[in-house]
Design a protein around this ligand. Structure first.
Ligand SMILES: Cc1ncc(COP(=O)(O)O)c(C=O)c1O
Length: 401
């Protein structure tokens, strides 16, 4: 299937794309109709078989198992290492809270992490007497993925900011603001030589559904993702891959009946009451119909081509948008070269307010978002984006200059 055919086929299934020009895939992906149908059908089935009857449990078990298997395949791991969550943040935080830290241990966190994850690390540090260190990657504006010397610059920063007491490194796979692609697998190798063997927590909000995550997801200690952004799934369902080391070392802190080996009893004496596998990080009742919706979206995306060819299509579009924007006098893309993924962030000339531009573009049914650090606009392109949409955005942006 060529790029144009693929764009047409999935686009036509997505009602949200029929009445607007959409560049907010990194915020939330639009849901294709078949996925919405899969959710409603599953919900109806639950009402017909159940909702709380002996007849419903095999259906629910099958839904959970199939989804876990599909996510495990995408992440290049066995299902025992995937916990189902509701979103990226809970996938980061739930296993993180269980990691054994000693007072004085240090957490190295990048300066491009999402506010919720930063807040969780800050609070954890306060409660456990840990020290937070900053990994300053916001200023890296040359493509880390393109040139070895830029990647080396990243590793120089990593080496400089790690200390002997560092016990955890927190970084996103794709930085949500600058759009840099972070070399997770090389970080894992690098950290394996550190005397304190720091854990690696990766926020995969902007990578899952967009690029091949299997190498990074299978090697990081905590790799947390959501279905509702680039995977075009429903909001309220995500997952986290945890390493065997986390399964061994970390004990659940947020606990519920789904964390238990036997959900029907929990006496006061029994030890090792939790699942040995990643289900120990699942908590309680969740929305089962969403599972069918996410599986449907993942299958629809897969139908558009292999992950490598999808990425190629995304890169063609993001390169074009980057070039178009770069050609406008006064607009400065954050990255100095074509972006390594579908995120294209750019600065407006001083004095033009980003929020106002977002609102004005919205009046013309063009949707991008603003970011605060750095102050910029972000437009995301996906396999569903069209060349003429890029042209319209570029024209509209030049109209503000
Ligand atoms: C990098 C990053 N992390 C975390 C989040 C929060 O996602 P969620 O609401 O799924 O936890 C976002 C949302 O935009 C994000 O971009």
């Amino acid at each position: 299937m060529n790029a144009i055919e693929s764009q047409e086929s999935i686009r036509s299934l997505i009602p949200a794309l029929s009445n607007k020009i959409y560049f907010n895939y990194g915020g939330q992906g639009p849901l294709p109709n078949p996925s919405l149908d899969a959710i409603t059908n599953s919900w109806k089935k639950i009402q017909i078989l159940g909702p709380f009857t002996e007849d419903i449990w095999p259906f629910i078990a099958k839904e959970i198992n199939e989804t876990r298997q599909l996510l495990a395949k995408a992440c290049g791991v066995t299902p025992r290492r995937i916990a189902l969550t509701e979103n990226v943040t809970s996938g980061c935080v739930i296993p993180l809270l269980g990691i054994p830290f000693n007072p004085g241990d240090r957490i190295l966190i990048s300066d491009c992490e999402h506010p919720g994850v930063i807040a969780a690390c800050k609070e954890l540090a306060k409660k456990k007497g840990l020290i937070l260190d900053k990994l300053p990657v916001n200023g890296l504006r040359e493509g880390i993925d393109r040139y070895k010397e830029n990647e080396n610059q990243f590793f120089d920063l990593l080496a400089k900011n790690l200390t002997r007491k560092s016990r955890l490194v927190v970084v996103s796979h794709i930085l949500w603001n600058t759009g840099q692609l972070i070399p997770i697998e090389r970080i894992v190798k690098f950290l394996s030589n550190h005397p304190n063997q720091p854990y690696l927590l990766v926020d995969a909000a902007q990578s899952f559904g967009q690029i091949d995550v299997s190498g990074a997801a299978s090697q990081a200690d905590i790799y947390a993702f959501t279905g509702h952004k680039w995977a075009l799934g429903p909001e309220g369902l995500g997952g986290v891959v945890v390493s065997e080391r986390v399964l061994n070392d970390s004990s659940p802190v947020l606990i519920g009946w789904r964390s238990l080996k036997d959900e029907s009893v929990c006496d006061l004496i029994e030890r090792n009451q939790f699942h040995k596998d990643s289900r120990r990080f699942e908590i309680a009742t969740s929305c089962i119909p969403l599972l069918a919706g996410l599986r449907s979206s993942l299958m629809l995306i897969e139908k558009e081509g292999k992950v490598s060819s999808r990425k190629e299509n995304i890169l063609k579009l993001s390169q074009k948008l980057w070039e178009n924007l770069n050609a406008i006098n006064g607009i400065s893309p954050l990255l100095k070269g074509p972006p390594p993924s579908g995120l294209v962030s750019f600065k407006l000339p001083k004095g033009i307010e980003t929020n106002k531009v977002v609102r004005e573009l919205g009046k013309n049914r063009i949707w991008v978002r603003s970011l605060k650090e750095p102050d910029c606009l972000r437009a995301c392109v996906h396999i569903t984006s069209l060349n003429n949409e890029l042209t319209k955005l570029t024209k509209s942006i030049s109209g503000f200059i």
